[in-house]
Design a protein around this ligand. Structure first.
Ligand code: UDP
Ligand code: MG
Length: 318
């Protein structure tokens, strides 16, 4: 069997402070694996510059020249978000006869020394290898609380994503080809790879501190990632709205009958202002929440119906 061509896919958004160290470390890993006859010498690093406004792209261009194309690059026309950047990397890797791709963050928070283990599992027949973090020590309280709540909620909603798996994963070219038949614009990768089936395996790793710079995610972009994860994988919240509506109308009907009965039997009615106000406040709150849930899905539909391209590539360095 010929040695597999490996691509390391790295989404970058304003990572000028990380690219040097990251490139150096990953090149040395690739070179070692080639020397050990573990991967083909056509293996490479593929940076996807997700609309950075700093020197990220200049650095990628520099390394592309210096390494004689061992480092390749894709430049988006603007910022499309890291999920789109990873998809672009996977899709474009197929141009270079790639057998498997590993996606990893530019800040190398995920332990790059595990790459060999990923490839080993691939050589043993796994088509998808998921990196699972051992702990969340580097996350602040807000991040780990929201992340864990999100995973729990998703599982409750029937979407079985692997807890503590971020986007550090290896996928084979067969998986990438299958993925390319999924036409939706908003793809939540952690969910979709679970949906695909295929033989899976896992690699456990420790999370490190970011090598340089700050996180590129804002609370708003994390919220939109979570929402697109939920709305693209589960209709449970919509069903919940229907059931809630049903329960509320049945109980108000019974309450109506009750009041009527009281009136007919001549019971004295207490003017229950407070109760009334509470009930009205509560029901309108629920109604607005339900409208919000429905609106999230309509928003998702709206974007899918337009079927715009997921991303626009402005420049590519082969
Ligand atoms: N990223 C990206 N586009 C964005 C935001 C982030 O390509 O709009 C990249 C970023 O450069 C990094 C990866 O996604 O390689 C993960 O981002 P980061 O390390 O900032 O996230 P965190 O580790 O804080 O969750
Ligand atoms: Mg990070």
């Amino acid at each position: 069997m010929s040695l597999p061509v490996l691509a390391i896919i790295i989404p970058c958004y304003n990572e000028e402070l990380c690219i040097d160290i990251t490139t150096e470390k990953l090149l040395s890993i690739i070179n070692n694996l080639i020397d050990e006859n573990f991967i083909s010498d056509k293996s490479y690093i593929l940076y996807i510059n997700d609309g950075s406004t700093d020197k990220t792209w200049d650095l990628i261009e520099k390394y592309n020249k210096e390494t004689n194309s061992r480092v390749k690059g894709i430049k988006f026309s603007r910022n499309f978000g890291n999920q789109k950047a990873i998809i672009a990397g996977l899709t474009e890797s197929q141009k270079y006869d790639t057998d498997c791709c590993i996606s990893i963050d530019a800040d190398l928070q995920q332990d790059e020394n595990k790459i060999k283990e990923f490839v080993g599992k691939y050589n043993n027949g796994a088509q998808i290898v998921l990196g699972i973090r051992n702990n969340r020590k580097t996350d602040n309280f807000f991040k780990s609380f929201t992340a864990i709540t999100f995973y729990k909620l998703m599982n409750l909603l029937g979407v079985h994503i692997k807890i503590n798996h971020s986007d550090y994963r290896l996928v084979s070219k067969e998986v990438i080809q299958t993925l390319s038949t999924f036409k939706e614009t908003n793809i939540f990768l952690r969910g979709i790879f679970n949906e695909l089936g295929y033989k899976k395996d896992y690699v456990y790793f420790d999370v490190k501190e970011r090598i340089n710079g700050k996180t590129k995610f804002t609370p708003l972009s994390l919220y939109s990632l979570a929402m697109s994860g939920i709305t693209s994988f589960s209709i449970m919240p919509l069903r919940f709205v229907t059931i809630l509506g049903l329960i509320m109308s049945i109980s108000s009907f019974i309450m109506g009958l009750w009041t009527l009965y009281d009136k007919l039997t001549g019971q004295e009615m207490v003017p229950g202002w407070a109760t009334l106000v509470v009930i009205i406040g509560f029901t309108s709150g629920i109604q607005i929440l339900c409208l919000g849930i429905i609106a999230e899905y309509i928003g998702q539909l709206f974007q899918e119906v337009k079927a715009r391209p997921r991303y626009i590539i402005e420049e590519q360095l082969d």
